[in-house]
Ligand binder design. Structure first.
Ligand SMILES: Cc1ncc(COP(=O)(O)O)c(C=O)c1O
Length: 441
């Protein structure tokens, strides 16, 4: 641990006595941060401070949840006013109506909305709805896509050594977790992403038995991998032809690339959309949205799709969601997210070029990732597993942490721009990246 992180080190030692690995998710602990995590204590705008008082520019932003940065004054005001009146009633409230109406306005495919408490809950519900709606049980997921920690989604969501992957037309099936009955995966069809020919093959073989195909529109859990031109559109047509629903998992991309997320950006209309992260601006929330014909299956009856939850439509969260979506609907919010992000991307590319570091920066605007690779692009899971030097990336980010840039050393995540980031933050990143490159040479 660097000398200026004594308090973080002490907290980490103490946390071992009460928390598994000292954290609440392995991605926050020593499996990623070596020799242990930075303990964060305070955040304001785009900056965070750790337990030793060190200041950082934050580019992780709670894995993308903090679309307006930390402690946005409007959200602080909404939270304190709402809290003074009671945080949650588990009853019908005007707050949940106002949040849903705003979501509907921003996402045209959202004819009706159901709120849950996390992205994982939203994707769980989406699959149950799709199965009930179609009367089919199987579904297709893509290699390297992560949709939360629900049992059937935990197949090939982690990266593996390339020799373990098997052929693309018949991928080796690798569960990501113990404790899941193997029968669960009998209903999962697995396919490579971003490859139209492979998709046509698998849909021809399995399409008519699929309740749904679930996809991230931009692959955000192997860094940041963009869909090839026309890929999502082809997926839309093929699913329609087979009577399988298209679940667009916009937990990462929703409210980030455009008011209507990637479905607006790429011009596709899914059957079911799932949201989380940026929707809550730092509060835990998930949402499922789509047409009445599908979501109305949750209406009370002997044959309903069950979705309960004490904290669904949590009043405090719903007030934050409404205020957050108002902020995002204000003029210039997306222009700023894209402008600042694009400046960071081109600045980083220039640093790597000048320093003669073989690295690419992939993505655009509000979200991107750096890959240390000889390739000119990472197109899919197999490219990521084969060509991205994740160890070098981790070394690079550990150095950035010492230079006042907060980011996860995991190459599978991505850099996040919030509306709180400024040109000055980008300049700090470029300067730190330049120094970190010098350490890699
Ligand atoms: C694409 C995608 N879907 C779903 C989830 C699950 O969301 P949560 O962590 O809020 O349960 C994630 C989380 O990172 C995600 O990246």
């Amino acid at each position: 641990m660097p000398a200026n992180r004594k308090n973080s080190q002490q907290w980490f030692e103490r946390s071992q006595q009460s928390l598994v690995e000292g954290v609440n998710s392995p991605s926050r602990g020593a499996a990623v941060y070596s020799p242990g995590p930075v303990f964060l204590e305070r955040g304001e705008g785009s900056h965070v401070w750790d337990a030793d008082g060190n200041e950082y520019v934050d580019f992780l932003m709670s894995f993308g949840a903090l679309i307006h940065g930390h402690a946005h004054p409007k959200l602080v005001e909404v939270v304190s006013q709402t809290m003074a009146q009671g945080s949650h009633f588990a009853a019908a409230t005007s707050a949940e109506v106002e949040a849903a109406e705003r979501l509907q306005r921003m996402v045209p495919s959202a004819k009706v909305v159901r709120f849950a408490n996390s992205g994982s809950e939203a994707t769980m519900l989406a699959l149950r709805l799709a199965r009930a709606h179609t009367g089919r049980t199987k579904f297709l997921k893509f290699e390297g896509h992560y949709h939360g920690w629900y049992d059937p989604y935990l197949l090939n969501a982690h990266s593996h050594a390339p020799e373990m992957l098997g052929p693309p037309e018949n991928p080796t099936r690798m569960p990501d977790s113990e404790g899941i009955p193997s029968a669960t995966f009998a209903d999962v069809v697995l396919a490579p992403w971003n490859d139209v020919a492979a998709l046509e093959r698998v849909m021809q073989q399995h399409g008519r038995e699929l309740a749904a195909v679930i996809t991230e529109p931009i692959m955000a859990n192997m860094g940041c991998i963009l869909p090839h031109d026309g890929y999502l559109q082809r997926l839309r047509t093929l699913t329609q032809d087979c009577g399988a629903l298209l679940i667009l998992d916009e937990v990462v991309t929703g409210f980030r690339y455009a008011p209507g997320g990637c479905q607006e950006y790429y011009g596709i209309t899914p059957d079911i959309s799932t949201f989380g992260k940026a929707l809550g601006a730092g509060f835990p929330v998930g949402a499922v949205a789509g047409p009445r014909s599908i979501l109305d299956r949750m209406r009370w009856s002997d044959h309903m799709v069950l979705h309960y939850g004490t904290f669904n439509g949590h009043r405090l969260t719903m007030k934050v969601v409404a205020a957050n979506l108002d902020l995002l609907s204000a003029d210039g919010a997306y222009k700023k997210l894209h402008g600042v992000g694009d400046a960071a991307i081109s600045g980083l590319r220039e640093v790597f070029r000048r320093r003669k570091i073989t690295a690419i920066v992939q993505g655009f605007g509000p979200m991107f990732q750096i890959y240390f690779t000889e390739r000119d692009a990472i197109h899919d899971y197999r490219d990521y597993c084969t060509y991205a030097d994740t160890h070098l990336y981790s070394r690079f980010v550990h150095r950035l942490l010492e230079l006042g840039i907060y980011m996860t050393p995991s190459n599978g995540l991505h850099w996040i721009i919030s509306t709180a980031h400024t040109e000055k933050d980008v300049a700090a990143l470029i300067e730190a990246a330049d120094q970190a490159c010098a350490a890699l040479e």
